[in-house]
Write a protein that binds this ligand. Sequence first.
Ligand code: RIB
Length: 334
Amino acid sequence: MDLASTIKDVAKEAGVSIATVSMVINKKADHITMKTKKKVFDAIERLDYKPNLTARSLVSAKSFTVGLLVPDITNPFFAELAKAFEKELSREGYMTLLCSSFEESEREKQYLSELISRGVDGVVICSLTSMETQILDALKQAKIPYLILDNRYALEEFSVHVDDYKGGVLAASELLENGHKTTAFIGSKNPYDNIYNRLQGFRNEIERAGGEVLTFETELTRNGGEAVAEKLFSSEATAAFCSNDLIAVGLYDAADKHNLALPEELSVIGFDDISFSDIVKPRLTTIKQPVGLLAEKAVQHLLLMKKDPEYHFYKELIPVSLVKRESVTKPARD
Ligand code: RIB
């Protein structure tokens, strides 16, 4: 690797002018042919050329950074989402500033104002715990494009999210097909739009078939699953639809302690399809959120918003699917 590679070296290697290289790097090359662009990219790769960010920022008035605000980075769903997001963004020459709020609205405010003062080029918000949304006004005033990803998409804001209602319907159909009538939904203590819609889809489908849904609320964590287990196990429910996979894993822990056989004595369905779902025993049946696609869409929209302040898309709905594994079976009792 040549540490001293410059834009001049890249131009020479690619056989083009310095101005052409500069236009390609700064994404102002709509009029340049693909063949020439490829020559430039190949030369950049061969020389491992790193554009001078400070200079790029001065020329383009961009910081080439984007904030990603998540509730909990220890939840594998958000870790996997952050990884996919970072990969997408870095392809476009941007860096991700990852902020984990632990679902505390004070932290969310602090992080957002910090991101504003760092002059980020955009913010993707997966954590908005407080129902007061004035917190978003500061982003508007600073003219920083932002969008909501995942949980608070009922707001009148640009958002990218999965079809949570359909996820609930798919989970219900799977339980109904297996003969379950009395079911449980384990939701969140916080009033999130996505969890609400998962419940709506699930409840409508179960009740349409003459079944019943008992509801429980807890934290969206493994501990949350354990905390709710005792009440759930002593209820009439023969199956539980958990609003995320971590809650399901918590139920597995508790079932083990209570000597409750899964899925024979309780069928379980999760939501997310984190990598653990395929590792736990019984392997967890769940509703898959395509995190790669969520990240790709969020990045695409955000960068278009940055490029053109008039750009608008409103809401992007991403499909979900049922991943059948081993945690659903016929009920042992009626
Ligand atoms: O696991 C985290 C869950 O909460 C996911 O289902 C995601 O959609 C979120 O809001």
